[in-house]
Design a protein around this ligand. Structure first.
Ligand SMILES: Cc1ncc(COP(=O)(O)O)c(C=O)c1O
Length: 356
């Protein structure tokens, strides 16, 4: 049985008639950039997240760059983020000319470790950027007295997210809330910051006449917004389905690999297990035609593009261990029990061989 890592098509297939209607409706309006669908999606997303407003943009990486720019983060400033996350988190900080300062992760949650963050704060620290990794809510960093920017690219609808002034989201098609292409969003609880973000995403201008900032061209298009409005209505069911599938895996995998500890509000963008025999288990899944992923390897502090930061192997022990042991199994909203059982049986067989 071939099983993909993420079956995006299976998630949207039942909605194809609605998606076609949205496509036709947008064709009728002729409003492909900004327009009524984008405005409606921004309103509906803010409502769902419980934030004052949202500002859409072209993708989740731009969302971070725009926020850093709008907050005045510039060369010489430091922003603390986890060493164990997707490259875009740190890339966006470096793109602004600021310095990504890595901190290690908590081995249980795989999220930014507050104790290690505390050790890395300096007078140049301008913000802390926790990542709600794999859909699991990160710790609360509001007590540090520094601006918190939540990278919530993997966690739309997770509990306790978007509580800071500003959070960023990605709608890359494998995300738990996805577009049929690229898309990004910023949730904002500060009207002035929101206004600046709206201008920055559009060449630093409010009305294409007077240009107040050197900005960007980073817009969500009307077609994607129309699709996202449909998907947003299914998000709670999808997140619940992911949680159910995760609970099934955890039960079935007992004694085979280390399973993630559950937490209220975790939306399981990914279901990741750990094993010192990860590479062998990964090879067995590959032989059985079962899609999976190994994140994040090498971790950010060892990525070639970030060598100039001066980190070396051994600097972040928990990150490096997670990078060696992490294995993300097939998961999407609606994955069938039979498919999960197949994944588990391959892992069971492979781990028995490893142990014998
Ligand atoms: C944690 C994290 N941050 C940022 C991004 C960047 O999002 P995008 O691919 O939409 O630019 C992603 C996703 O790819 C991500 O997983």
């Amino acid at each position: 049985m071939t099983i993909p890592h993420v079956d995006v098509h299976a998630q949207y297939a039942p909605l194809i008639p609605e998606l076609k209607d949205a496509f036709a409706r947008t064709l009728e309006t002729g409003r492909f950039i900004f327009g009524p669908e984008v405005e409606a999606f921004e309103r509906e997303a803010a409502e769902k997240l419980g934030t004052a407003e949202t500002v859409s943009c072209a993708n989740g990486t731009d969302a971070i760059v725009l926020v850093l720019d709008a907050m005045g983060i510039e060369p010489g400033d430091e922003v603390i983020c986890p060493a164990f996350t997707f490259y875009a988190t740190a890339e966006a900080i470096a793109r602004r000319g600021a310095t990504p300062v890595f901190a290690d992760i908590d081995p249980v949650t795989l999220n930014l470790d507050p104790a290690d963050v505390e050790r890395r704060v300096t007078e140049r620290t301008k913000a802390i950027m926790p990542v709600h990794l794999f859909g699991r809510p990160a710790a609360d960093f509001s007590g540090f007295g520094l601006p918190v920017i939540e990278d919530a690219a993997q966690a739309f609808g997770a509990g306790g997210i978007a509580t800071s002034i500003v959070s960023t989201f990605s709608f890359f098609p494998t995300k738990n809330l996805f577009a049929l292409g690229d898309g990004g969003l910023i949730s904002v609880n500060d009207a002035e910051l929101a206004q600046r973000l709206r201008m920055l995403r559009f060449h630093g201008s409010a009305a294409k006449k007077e240009f107040l900032y050197v900005g960007y061209n980073s817009r969500l298009d009307g077609m994607q917004a129309a699709f996202l409005r449909i998907f947003l209505r299914h998000l709670d069911d999808w997140n619940a389905s992911r949680r159910e599938a995760a609970a099934r895996y955890t039960e079935m995998l007992e004694g085979i690999v280390e399973t993630p500890e559950d937490e209220d509000g975790h939306v399981y963008h990914m279901y990741c297990v750990r094993s010192p025999e990860r590479d062998r288990l990964s090879a067995a899944l590959k032989d059985a035609d079962i899609g999976h992923a190994v994140y994040y390897q090498p971790p950010l502090h060892l990525q070639p593009a970030l060598r100039y930061l001066g980190y070396s192997e051994g600097d972040f022990p928990e990150t490096e261990k997670a990078s060696r042991e992490n294995l993300c199994l097939p998961l999407w909203a609606g994955i069938e029990e039979e498919q999960q059982a197949e994944v588990v049986s391959v892992l069971k067989r492979a781990s028995a061989i490893v142990r014998s």
